[in-house]
Design a protein around this ligand. Sequence first.
Ligand SMILES: *[C@@H]1O[C@H](CO)[C@@H](O)[C@H](O)[C@H]1NC(C)=O
Length: 182
Amino acid sequence: MELLWKLIVLLSLVERLAGSGVLLRPVFTKQPGSVVFPIQPGENRREVVFSCEAQGHPPPFYRWKLNDSFIQPIPGSRYSLMGGNLQISNINKVEDVGIYQCLASNSFGTIISREASLHVAYLENFKTQRRSPVRVREGQGVVLLCGPPLHSGDEDDEESFELAAEELERKILEAIAITTFD
Ligand SMILES: *[C@@H]1O[C@H](CO)[C@@H](O)[C@H](O)[C@H]1NC(C)=O
């Protein structure tokens, strides 16, 4: 019986707190994680979502930073806020790479999330200019030089790195084949 009374008192207290001006500092329930985004040639959906969620009273509002400057998720920009989540569309390998952090604020104060990085893994095409033919005498050796095309990838992220490495190998083989049979 005593327990029931305690429960009733506690419940009404919680209700009053929620309805009143009592402040509860924001606490993260979700924080962003780092992303390696592979840009594939011909891939149109280039979208990344960083998640962020916090609880507090009053309910917190959210802001995001990229490399210490605030992101402006204004309509028409490539950024949009969905709750606390930040969606970036049309990922750009120059403008979007860096360190992201979410900030959750209410009248109690502001908390800042851990750092989440965005890397872009990409592999551009070989230069398409044709090479001049190479003539060799039978039995002699020849060295065909081949520089890799512009590329970037985070070697910590095995999947996208392997993908990029395979693609690179394929392109080098193609380039050698073209040069050899020219
Ligand atoms: C953010 O900082 C990193 C590391 O200094 C840099 O490589 C990157 O280009 C910066 N991103 C932007 C959008 O300025």
